[in-house]
Write a new protein. Structure first.
Length: 255
């Protein structure tokens, strides 16, 4: 059990979100027209019924699945969207149930999106999760009644690395991200998670991490699973802090 956690926050100004829906329009997979075999632009429809729904996104010749939860609260009004990424070896349904997202979404009036990620989801060693998530997020922003000034991403454990990839590559579509107990990324693939390499917008970020985490230490180091070098937490967050215009990071130790 980890007895200490560091809470590292980067406060920044929110960015404008007025063009969110159109920004994803070309990415959204739609059903083919039976007469032509071509994909139409108006096939995706909003899901009005509250509850759990499974969305299918075509990517890399595979059907990728995401759990979408629609609360009963505030129907007819634009509502915040929370995109939540499960850890390695996990799955969207268990993550949704174990962390009581239904209760939270119902209470707060949030729409929840929970992609199935990782090799277990599509039987690939290194699936392209970011593009699939980007497509699915674009679809939901286009079809559902989302408050596009309140689009959040959260991730846990192995899902944290994917959150940083989304933050770097899709930042102009997001309001803030929160990660807990996971890796920022690997030094060999800085272009995947660095805001500098992706011309990212400024983005509010909160990173929560165990100070005695043996698998993902604060100082980074060798990721034995892939034989890659993980970036240290402070090193990676300093890059984000500088990009966001923060003078310095001031971690808060919780005992």
């Amino acid at each position: 059990m980890l007895r200490r956690s560091f809470v590292l926050g980067l406060a920044t100004m929110s960015t404008g979100c007025g063009l969110l829906a159109n920004a994803f329009s070309e990415d959204i997979p739609t059903k083919p027209d039976p007469s032509t075999g071509e994909r139409g632009k108006d096939e995706e429809k909003a899901i009005d019924e509250p509850g759990q729904h499974w969305l299918k996104t075509e990517h890399d010749d595979r059907q990728r699945e995401s759990l979408l939860y629609i609360p009963e609260q505030d129907q007819g009004k634009p509502r915040p969207l929370v995109l939540a990424i499960h850890g390695s070896g996990g799955d969207a349904s268990t993550f949704f149930e174990k962390h009581h997202f239904q209760d939270v979404c119902d209470k707060q009036g949030w729409i929840g999106l929970f992609p199935r990620t990782g090799k277990e989801a599509v039987n690939l060693d290194e699936p392209d999760d970011w593009t699939y998530i980007h497509k699915t997020l674009g679809r939901v922003l286009k079809t559902e009644n989302i408050d596009k000034s309140r689009v959040f991403v959260v991730g846990f454990s192995g899902g944290c690395k994917k959150v940083y990839q989304i933050a770097a590559r899709s930042s102009k579509h997001l309001t803030a991200v929160v990660v807990s107990g996971g890796r920022i990324g690997h030094k060999q693939f800085e272009e995947e998670w660095s805001p500098v390499n992706n011309n990212s917008s400024k983005l509010s970020l909160l990173h929560i991490h165990g100070g005695k985490d043996p698998k993902v230490p604060l100082e980074g180091g060798l990721d034995e699973k892939h034989d890659w070098m993980g970036v240290g937490m402070m090193e990676g967050l300093e890059i984000w802090a500088k990009h966001n215009g923060c003078s310095k990071i001031q971690p808060k130790l919780l005992k």
